[in-house]
Design a protein around this ligand. Sequence first.
Ligand SMILES: *[C@@H]1O[C@H](CO)[C@@H](O)[C@H](O)[C@H]1NC(C)=O
Ligand SMILES: *[C@@H]1O[C@H](CO)[C@@H](O)[C@H](O)[C@H]1NC(C)=O
Ligand SMILES: *[C@@H]1O[C@H](CO)[C@@H](O)[C@H](O)[C@H]1NC(C)=O
Length: 333
Amino acid sequence: MLFLQFLLLAVLLPGGDNADAAPEHVSFHVIQTASFANQSWAQCHGSGWLDELQTHGWDHESNTISFLHTWSKGNFSNKEFLYLNVLFRAYSIGLIQDIQARASQYSVEYPFEVQMNAGCELHSGESPKSFFQVAFEGADLLSFQNTTWVPSPDCGSWAQSVCDLLNQYEGIKETVHTLLRSTCPRFLLGLLDSGKMYLHRQVRPEAWLSSRPSLGSGRLLLVCHVSGFYPKPVWATWMRNEEEQLGTEYSDILPNADGTWYLQVTLDVASEEAASLSCRVRHSSLGGQDIILYWGHHFSMNWIALVVVVVILVILIVLVLRFKKHCSYQDIL
Ligand SMILES: *[C@@H]1O[C@H](CO)[C@@H](O)[C@H](O)[C@H]1NC(C)=O
Ligand SMILES: *[C@@H]1O[C@H](CO)[C@@H](O)[C@H](O)[C@H]1NC(C)=O
Ligand SMILES: *[C@@H]1O[C@H](CO)[C@@H](O)[C@H](O)[C@H]1NC(C)=O
């Protein structure tokens, strides 16, 4: 059991207890989606991401990069961003015009979508890796490998001819290579530094329990909700006394709108066995003090708290009224 717990911890808490340790790998990438409705209408959406956190958008009004956090500029100067703006603008417009012009040549049918994902990845102790992948209608089409556009294996001759075309543009290949190999890792390191207060913050989770009927008759699905925590690594499980319940199931860790995370931990049990179960939550923000919620206790605990609050309020009101009366008598006298 202990071994299992350690295994789970190892899986769910990369980096272990030390929240300040540098992550094993971190990436910055730009996602671009170009939607083509017909021969005369297309739209491009771009965004920049530090791992799973969006740091940049693309402002369609001014055709410039938008910064979603105060630290999103990293250590790049405005001049450097001016250059990148010009580059991305020319690239988006050129890309759309080029694809529109050649859609009929490749007998592509409208509407369709082209997606790009490009960036770099730092692994501790290794040199940076970079990637540039292009997908057509959600399937891999081609990628950029060591200064050459390479078709995806099961894409056929179509992808090959697109690559042949792209590979003629030496200037573009050089620019892409520089952006991926030099600009991106440099920017990523600067971003990690300028955003370190935000990226290393600790936000405590809130946890609450609920249940819903399970499929089997006389069974309950107990749900432990853990929400609002940051950073992402978290450990939570259903326990009976000190024993971890092996049937515990985990949702994906989902993002909240404010950049914190949410997890659901469920356990399917016979209704009469629900008592004495508890949900235990461990997170770096809790400083070793796990949150433990007991099934069945939460209603009564809430009621007790409510009664206590009401009683205190009543006493306070009585005291205030008495004090006021007392004062006004004195005022008259
Ligand atoms: C092209 O698509 C846009 C957006 O869906 C639409 O508003 C426009 O009427 C279409 N134009 C033609 C020529 O079909
Ligand atoms: C990348 O390409 C260059 C020149 O085209 C070549 O010298 C180099 O060996 C290649 N590297 C890898 C890892 O394929
Ligand atoms: C930004 O920080 C990175 C990493 O510390 C450094 O390599 C780079 O020279 C700095 N300045 C710019 C303008 O990239």
